[in-house]
Design a protein around this ligand. Structure first.
Ligand code: NAD
Length: 483
């Protein structure tokens, strides 16, 4: 976002809400201006919505709700698969939008769009799953359970994988029979709006998917406070997750919270060190380190510490800002990531690579950071405890398996744990004791739409993805009939 919200600039493309199957201008008529992170130049005017726009969207969702629920499984499934197909058919255009909003390299943007299509495909194919059980309670009773949708689901998402995270929540919510009011990040709104437009084009009834644009305080909070919104799925920072949690507690509505991470990547001395080094570097440079599941704490057994960190340095040299490493999203985040260079120095960490801003020829105004590794880090340092959300990894030595587990768990977060070892018994022992929602052994972050995803501790609660997510978007009703 630029420092000032601009109301009158008309030379930039404007993006408006998608409510009740149509483009709708903001009730207040205000726009926010976004900046292209590759160039630092103004990019887009995004409608700055209000509680009034949210109310309009929720009313449209309420009107659509019963109709959507009455759709039979085959109809819902066909529409979901149709949307998956439309996203794929438009993938180059969607990837260009994502790239312009977030600056990510084209390959990353394309992968994200493909992942988004897969959510609609996967959940569209689950419509035929049985939704309840018959319970043998007593001979004179017929007792069964059924899963019911909540109704209107609020979906609030961040800027790092914009369409992917929106699709990750919207697809299971819809397949469970809910309708949706979603708010993408005000920084990266284009693809979520386009997805809703495509949904309309393939035949989704109006009001089933509504998108309201604007800031967290004006639109996000209004969604959480709206009394017709019966559940909220939030992906974003811990601070905002807490704020939403307070409102949800007052309203007694359920939440799915997908928050931050500071995930441990444990390298045991018997690992394939070349492979582990390449993957460890990918772990904190993918999407310029702006992923919640980034493996930013690299725990290396002391006997191989020097050899391994040298291998990491060689891998980091292959990462080129402006080519396979995108910029940091906003000027504010750019400053924030840089502030950790000073923190690292004060903490006494050793710069193994990077530690500087990068200049990319032809994109001198872009917000680029060199891929950075700090060595001789201990886990108490701020750079080992705080989520930096930039291409920064820290290498922490450890001695024993027990040490590795203790250090890995000595974090407020618990999203991912990765470990590298040829000893499968050890791998299973360690996997069992790491406090994280997902563990990878001898591979990093190969997730799929089928694998449930979520956190422990400050990384959040509830689960997205997989069949599991459907249970988080529906509740069980028990029906007892005397016969
Ligand atoms: P953020 O919390 O600032 O914003 C996320 C969304 O919440 C945005 O749409 C924002 O406008 C909205 N928002 C802000 N304040 C709000 C409020 N008071 N009420 C309601 N909505 C509000 O996060 P961000 O900076 O956009 O994204 C980065 C964070 O997201 C990182 O911490 C990252 O780890 C986390 N994240 C988590 C996951 C996951 O799946 N666990 C995935 C991606 C990102």
């Amino acid at each position: 976002m630029s420092d000032q919200a601009t109301l009158n600039r008309t030379d930039l493309k404007a993006l408006d809400h998608w409510i009740d199957g149509a483009t709708v201008a903001s009730a207040g008529g205000a726009y926010l201006e976004t900046v292209n992170p590759m160039t630092g130049q103004p990019h887009l005017r995004v409608a700055s919505g209000t509680a009034e726009d949210v109310a309009k969207a929720v009313a449209a969702a309420e009107r659509a709700r019963d109709g959507w629920r009455r759709f039979n499984a085959a109809e819902r499934g066909r529409l979901m698969l149709g949307l998956a197909h439309a996203i794929r058919a438009n993938r180059d255009r969607l990837a260009e939008m994502e790239r312009a909003d977030s600056g990510k390299p084209l390959a990353g943007a394309l992968a994200e769009i493909e992942g988004s299509a897969q959510y609609f495909e996967f959940y569209g194919s689950l419509v035929y799953l049985p939704t309840g059980d018959v319970l043998d309670v007593a001979p004179d009773q017929h007792v069964f359970t059924k899963r019911e949708p909540y109704g209107v689901i609020g979906v609030i998402t961040p800027w790092n994988l914009p369409l992917n995270q929106a699709a990750r929540a919207i697809a299971p919510a819809l397949v469970a029979g809910n309708v949706v009011v979603a708010k993408p990040s005000e920084i990266t709104s284009q693809t979520t709006i386009e997805m809703a437009r495509l949904a309309s084009e393939v035949g989704f009834p109006k009001g089933v998917i509504n998108i309201v644009l604007g800031t967290g305080l004006d639109v996000g909070e209004a969604i959480v406070r709206n009394e017709s919104v019966r559940k909220v799925a939030f992906t974003g920072s811990v601070g905002v997750g807490r704020a939403i949690g307070r409102i949800a507690a007052e309203r007694i509505i359920p939440l799915t919270l997908e928050l931050g991470g500071k995930s441990a990547n444990i390298i045991f001395e018997d690992a394939d060190l070349d492979l582990a080094a390449a993957e460890a570097v990918k772990g904190f440079t993918l999407n310029a380190g702006q992923v919640c599941s980034a493996g930013t704490r690299i725990l290396v057994q002391r006997s191989v510490y020097e050899a391994f960190t040298e291998k990491m340095r060689a891998e980091v040299a292959k990462i080129k800002p402006g080519e396979n490493l995108g910029p940091i999203i906003t000027p504010a985040q750019f400053q924030r990531v840089q502030s950790y260079f000073k923190v690292a120095e004060e903490d006494g960490a050793r710069v193994l690579a990077g530690g500087k801003v990068a200049t990319v020829s032809g994109q001198e105004g872009g917000f680029y950071i060199e891929p950075t590794v700090y060595a001789d880090v201990n886990n108490a340092m701020r750079i080992a405890q705080e989520e930096i959300f930039g291409p920064v990894g820290v290498a922490i030595p450890f001695d024993t398996e027990e040490d590795a587990i203790r250090i890995a768990n000595d974090s407020d977060y618990g999203l991912i744990g990765t470990l590298w070892s040829r000893d499968i018994s050890r791998a299973l022992r360690v996997a069992d004791r790491i406090e994280a929602g997902q563990i990878f052994v001898n591979v990093w972050n190969t997730m799929s739409v089928q694998t449930p995803f979520g956190g422990h501790k400050n990384s959040g609660y509830g689960r997205e993805k997989g069949i599991e997510a459907i249970h988080h978007y529906s509740h069980v009703k028990t029906v007892t009939v005397k016969i």
